[in-house]
Design a protein around this ligand. Structure first.
Ligand code: AMP
Ligand code: MG
Length: 487
């Protein structure tokens, strides 16, 4: 266990120099205070959880203090936003404080979001509000607990600093952890500004640090791109299987590591809805729930375009062709497991699709349905769940198919079935209304609800005594919350 002053830094990205990032100091928040910290994320840095409660913790992550070895940098990148190319973006309000090594030899970027203005702030104020900081913190840690690759969050620091959005709010900072903060948009920036040498330097950096095994391949850059395609296919399969809607899948928000990154107005589905749009400024539904799958491929194509100086177009096309079949395979594998199946049959795809259609037309809660399906034998569970469906005859037909499929899958005891299904079907997810309750309390100075919700979401598959209220469908007020896109 380490104290805060015992972190070891090795700032490899900073050493790439001024063409890649700019030195900027954090702008401190007034009266910084701990809102919530993740013990699990602290463990990634070998930090003693007790240090979260010390004043110096809030000072460090509220921008007042810095380690001597930290080298805060704002990174430059660009990206395609809602399909159109924006030539220059960059860290407009976040700073890479440095890279820290833990005792296991893993390195973690420490990125402070909401740290003030940078050369890339454009019209923004460099700040993040408490509301969006809490949402990013909770989502990062909840996705991780579900087994979905994601950046992590160490803490949220609140403050009395006024920040203007639709109304006056308070500034906050999130300390984000990831093995890298390099985005698709980094490669696009150097490609479209025609800086081939720097682009090659960036590619070498990513290859050496994050895809060293690709060095062994005859075409290392191609192997790396293929790996990025594979990781994205798997990550998006998990989003779809767990009902996660990212909301702003611009290429500047896509990590080169294939992890969920840069949370905006994201949502987990309550009722299953393939057409759900969580970002209310997304008028065309470009990033609707079901569009996430083709958009994943679109984003990879944008990255492929930026890699054309290194890889032949034919090879890039072939690698892109891996995306959909891999996505399908991962998705189907997860959905089979969510349905309690241990074997694969040709028709499983239509079994899954048939269920989702029924859920869609009846507005059935996606998470709770699948959880309850594992509570009892297939026959008892479907008999109980049919009341949730408007089209009961349709559901009965599906249920007959499902029962027959379960029977062919092999016989295990009800205990085995329940344990197997509950291990992949969460009882608790980060529903928008739960986040909203926690935010409202935090905005009035009470952080207990954020902390409790975070605790519950760290064990989403385990039924927790006294936490029944976190496993409910949303109340009427919480069903169609319009989450502000400002952050
Ligand atoms: P986002 O949509 O949050 O991923 O941000 C897109 C771009 O806008 C990035 O370059 C951000 O750094 C920048 N940005 C977002 N909010 C702010 C802000 N309040 N101040 C400065 N830059 C911002
Ligand atoms: Mg972003």
């Amino acid at each position: 266990m380490k104290a805060l002053d015992e972190l070891t830094f090795d700032n490899r990205f900073a050493r790439l120099g001024d063409a890649f990032s700019t030195h900027v100091l954090p702008e401190p928040l007034d009266e910084p205070r701990l809102v919530v910290a993740s013990k699990a994320a602290m463990a990634l840095l070998d930090l003693d959880p007790a240090v979260a409660e010390t004043p110096v913790f809030a000072e460090l992550f509220g921008g007042h203090k810095l380690w001597a070895e930290a080298e805060p940098r704002a990174m430059v990148y660009s990206g395609h936003q809602f399909g159109g190319y924006t030539p220059q973006l960059g860290d407009g309000r976040g700073l890479l404080l440095g890279e820290v090594y833990n005792e296991a030899g893993e390195h973690w970027d420490l990125h402070l979001k909401g740290a003030g203005m940078t050369p890339y702030s454009r019209m923004g104020d460099g700040r993040a509000v408490l509301r969006s900081s809490i949402r990013e913190f909770l989502a990062s840690e909840a996705l991780h607990a579900l087994g979905i690759p994601t950046s992590r969050a160490l803490c949220v620091i609140g403050s009395s600093t006024p920040v203007w959005r639709e109304k006056q709010e308070r500034g906050a900072m999130v300390l984000r952890l990831a093995h890298s903060h390099i985005r698709f948009g980094h490669f696009e920036y150097f490609y479209y500004t025609k800086k081939p040498e720097q682009q090659a330097e960036l590619a070498e950096h990513v290859l050496n640090l994050h895809y060293p095994e690709c060095r062994e391949q005859p075409e290392p850059y191609l192997a790396m791109f293929r790996e990025i395609v594979e990781r994205n296919a798997e990550m998006i399969a998990k989003w779809q299987a767990y009902g996660f809607c990212h909301g702003v899948m611009n290429t500047d928000n896509m990590s080169i590591l294939g992890i969920t990154f840069d949370f905006g107005p994201f949502a987990f589905l309550d009722d299953f809805d393939a057409h759900f749009i969580c970002n209310h400024s997304d008028h065309e539904g470009r990033y609707s729930f079901s569009n996430q799958v083709p958009i994943g491929q679109w984003n990879l194509s944008a990255l492929a375009q930026a890699l054309t100086p290194f890889i032949s177009i034919d090879a890039l096309k072939e690698a892109l062709g891996l995306y959909l079949p891999l996505y399908q395979a991962h998705y189907l594998d997860l959905m089979r497991r969510r349905l309690g199946l241990t074997t694969a049959e040709e028709d499983d795809q239509t079994l899954v699709e048939g269920l989702l259609k029924l859920m869609q037309s009846s507005g059935v809660d996606y998470t709770l349905f699948l959880r309850r399906l594992g509570d009892e034998s297939a026959a008892l569970a479907v008999a109980r769940l049919r009341d949730d469906f408007v089209d009961m005859a349709g559901f009965d037909a599906w249920a007959e198919r499902y029962k027959a499929r379960v029977a062919r899958d092999g016989d295990d005891t009800q205990e085995q079935r329940r344990a197997r299904m509950h291990a992949v079907n969460p009882l608790y997810i980060l529903r928008n209304y739960l986040a909203q309750n926690a935010i409202a309390a935090a905005e009035s100075g009470d952080y207990s609800e954020v902390r409790r919700l975070h605790e519950v979401l760290t064990k989403p598959f385990e039924e927790q005594a006294g936490m029944e209220q976190y496993a409910q469908r949303p109340p009427d007020w919480g069903k169609h919350l319009e989450i502000s896109c400002s952050s």
